[in-house]
Design a protein around this ligand. Structure first.
Ligand code: ADP
Length: 259
């Protein structure tokens, strides 16, 4: 469990997180909010990239102020937006091996972790490719594999589907679902309300550095989202017009609407 207690954070004296309380466990949680609401700043606290100005964060009981980023990275993996900026090795294998190598893991275990991580994201057979030759969706999955090789319990994915075509997005969605089934907690930072509707189990909405909503997806979509610069998914607008109530997928909608 990640526990955020009365978190305040200021950049150079300007407070941008203003007293957030939050717990996050084995679930798919969507962290949403307008630009500049503090999502990235909050998420960077989970693996110790940022330390609280006031309040504290406990990651499975570890106070992030008392542990290094390296220690916390074994618990919390952070997949940044635009992951291609992360890659610097010549092959996919070496890219995924880099993290565990730094942890001092044995050669044999590195090999196992790389195979296992690439399999988890559906990139077996890509070991000798150069990361730059991959498509956008493949790069995103490689970035997830790099983080998985550190064996973290929690994964933070920053805009994981932005810029992907539909097919690539579907693969990433499948990877996230399978991580959840394997007992990971996945936090999605996203503007993509379709993705929230499809995947999330819970939504946390930040606005102006404060948590203004924390609850189930169905309740979240009853809010006035425009107020927060967010768009209602077309699927829900359609369902509403057809009087079908709340649905999570197109299949669910067609199942409810009788011809
Ligand atoms: P979001 O991820 O929701 O877009 P951020 O956490 O990136 O929000 O930003 C929250 C606020 O903190 C914004 O006002 C932003 O300008 C400011 N901010 C973000 N990073 C820095 C930084 N490195 N230095 C100073 N201010 C920052």
């Amino acid at each position: 469990m990640i526990r955020v207690e009365n978190l305040h954070f200021a950049y150079n004296g300007r407070e941008v997180i203003k007293g957030v309380d939050l717990t996050f466990g084995e679930e798919i949680l969507a962290l949403v909010g307008p630009n500049g609401s503090g999502k990235t700043t909050l998420a960077k606290h989970f693996n110790g990239l940022l330390k609280p100005t006031r309040g504290r964060i406990l990651v499975d009981g570890m106070d992030t102020r008392e542990h290094t980023i390296a220690e916390l990275s074994r618990k919390v993996g952070y997949v940044f937006q635009n992951p291609e900026h992360m890659f610097f090795e010549e092959t996919v294998f070496r890219e995924v091996a880099f993290g565990p190598k730094n942890l001092g893991v044995s050669e044999k275990e590195i090999e196992e972790r790389v195979r296992w991580s690439l399999k988890a994201v559906g990139l077996e057979g890509f070991e000798e490719r150069t990361p730059y030759s991959l498509s956008g969706g493949e790069k995103q999955r490689l970035a997830i594999a790099c983080v998985l090789a550190m064996k973290p319990k929690y994964l933070i994915l920053d805009e994981p589907t932005t810029g992907l075509d539909l097919k690539a997005e579907k693969r990433v969605v499948e990877v996230i679902r399978s991580l959840r089934r394997k007992g990971h907690g996945v936090m999605l930072i996203t503007h993509d309300m379709d993705l929230v509707l499809e995947l999330a189990e819970r939504v946390v909405l930040l606005s102006g550095g404060r948590k203004v909503f924390d609850g189930p997806v169905e309740e979240f979509f009853k809010l006035d989202l425009e107020r927060y610069g967010l768009e209602m998914p077309e699927l829900l607008l359609l369902a509403e017009r057809l009087g079908a109530g709340f649905v999570r997928s197109f299949e669910e909608l067609t199942g409810r609407v009788k011809p």
